[in-house]
Design a protein around this ligand. Structure first.
Ligand SMILES: Cc1cc2nc3c(=O)[nH]c(=O)nc-3n(C[C@H](O)[C@H](O)[C@H](O)COP(=O)(O)OP(=O)(O)OC[C@H]3O[C@@H](n4cnc5c(N)ncnc54)[C@H](O)[C@@H]3O)c2cc1C
Length: 402
């Protein structure tokens, strides 16, 4: 196939039809390149369920693109191409298609962004790296906000994001007269409460094939690939979100900071893996939550709390990452050097809360925020664990970790 105009490289967490690289393309003349890469699956030893989720969602997205008229060159993990890295895969595709240029949306990870930055010098055609418009605050806008401030307070960033997006605003004032209802997010949960479960989806033939592949290829990675319940398509991810709005959002606010034995999910949305790989859109889910409030279906402390996590914390953490990398990953304020204890993998410890979180993490590739922050995060800090080792643990064990 000669005379291809653009080769569009879509990465595994870019599964969004409106992605900037695709929006700049033309299905009749461009080729989309996707690849399940061994190097990426093992950059840290990612949880088996996370690998199944990403590879299956990628395969379904390739199908969605083909149905929309795109030509997709997809290298599955089992193929010879699956052994290469991004650059080798691209080199091979450039020699095959001889495109006029390469187009890619910026990567979400520093390591990958550095690899992409070298493509311009390596290949003799232009490489366009486009901004990731799925985030509501661009990397440059965050840098401008942070510039010259003594303290980077999330609360001030969040207020600006509320004004900019218009979410939960009455004119230029916050709905309810307060920006933040965090003090109303701290009730203790009791077993008498009705606990909704996140919507579960039976694996289809594509997912079952990927489960077998991951078991065979990454058997020594942490975690159980089955039972597999995540959505792997946009439609199912949307169904999971709608179920959250109907069943859990009304109590999300009250019990946001709670933990309860035997309850892995409480009233959390369990959507971060969908947001982070592009099956759900940040602004749409915030609008969905706001609509539930305006329709009287969920209280303000729940809806404000939910929206704050997404346009506040999620955007803020991403902004800080790009502001402070590459040094950030190795920063170590307390100079802690202890290795990560084995029980972060085995769950074999007498500390009941740590044991519960590790076992749940192994089964679900999910823990809610308070478990991550107050149990595994807090313990590691108190025990003087090397933060880089802990960072690698978080990056490998959670389905949403990119
Ligand atoms: C040590 C540590 C590591 C974490 N690693 C990740 C990660 O790799 N990827 C990731 O997406 N989140 C991470 N989080 C944030 C948060 O724990 C998860 O987003 C959340 O648990 C996902 O579950 P949920 O979808 O049920 O969230 P909910 O509680 O229902 O919140 C809704 C959404 O808000 C966002 N969100 C919630 N809390 C935070 C937060 N503190 N920071 C940023 N966004 C938030 C997520 O997109 C989430 O889906 C981490 C938190 C801690 C303390």
């Amino acid at each position: 196939m000669a005379g291809v105009r653009n080769l569009i490289f879509v990465l595994g967490d870019q599964l969004t039809p409106g992605l900037s690289s695709l929006a700049a393309g033309d299905p009749t003349r461009d080729v989309v390149l996707m690849a399940e890469l061994h190097n990426e699956a093992t950059s840290v030893r990612h949880h088996k369920k996370k690998l199944v989720f990403i590879f299956s969602a990628m395969r379904h997205f390739a199908g969605e693109l083909r149905a929309g008229g795109w030509t997709v060159d997809y290298a599955p993990l089992g193929s010879a191409d699956g052994r290469a890295g991004f650059t080798d895969r691209l080199a091979q595709a450039i020699s095959e298609y001889r495109p006029a240029r390469v187009v890619v949306t910026e990567a979400s990870e520093w390591r990958v962004s550095q690899e992409i930055a070298r493509w311009g010098a390596r290949f003799s055609i232009p490489v366009d790296v486009l901004p990731d418009c799925r985030f509501l605050c661009s990397i440059d806008t965050f840098r401008a906000w942070a510039g010259g401030r003594k303290q980077l307070r999330m609360e001030y960033f969040y207020r600006e994001m509320r004004r900019r997006t218009g979410l939960l605003m009455d004119g230029d004032q916050p709905v309810g007269g307060k920006w933040n209802f965090d003090s109303e997010n701290r009730k203790a949960a009791g077993t008498d409460l009705f606990m909704p479960r996140p919507e579960a989806f039976a694996p289809d033939a594509i997912t079952r094939e990927v489960i077998d592949l991951v078991k065979a290829r990454f058997g020594n990675h942490f975690g159980d690939p089955a039972p597999f319940r995540f959505a792997v398509t946009r439609v199912d991810a949307q169904a999971a979100f709608t179920a959250f709005i109907d069943r859990a959002l009304p109590r999300f606010g009250d019990y946001q900071d709670a933990m309860l034995v035997g309850e892995p999910f409480l009233y959390h949305a369990v959507i971060s893996q969908y947001l982070n790989c592009g099956l759900l859109d940040a602004m749409s889910v915030c609008r969905g939550a706001e609509a539930a409030y305006r329709a009287g279906k969920a209280p303000l402390n729940a809806v404000e709390g939910f929206i704050r996590q997404i346009i506040g914390w999620r955007e803020y953490v991403r902004g800080i990452y790009w502001l402070k990398m590459p040094g950030y990953e190795r920063s170590n304020f307390f100079g802690h050097t202890r290795p990560l204890p084995d029980f972060y993998w085995t769950g074999e410890t007498d500390m009941a809360c740590v044991k519960a979180v590790v076992r749940q993490t192994r089964e679900e590739a999910y823990a809610h925020h308070i478990q991550r922050l107050m149990v595994t995060g807090n313990f590691a800090m108190l025990a003087g664990i090397d933060p880089f080792a802990l960072h690698e643990w978080y990056l490998s064990v959670y389905a949403d970790a990119f």
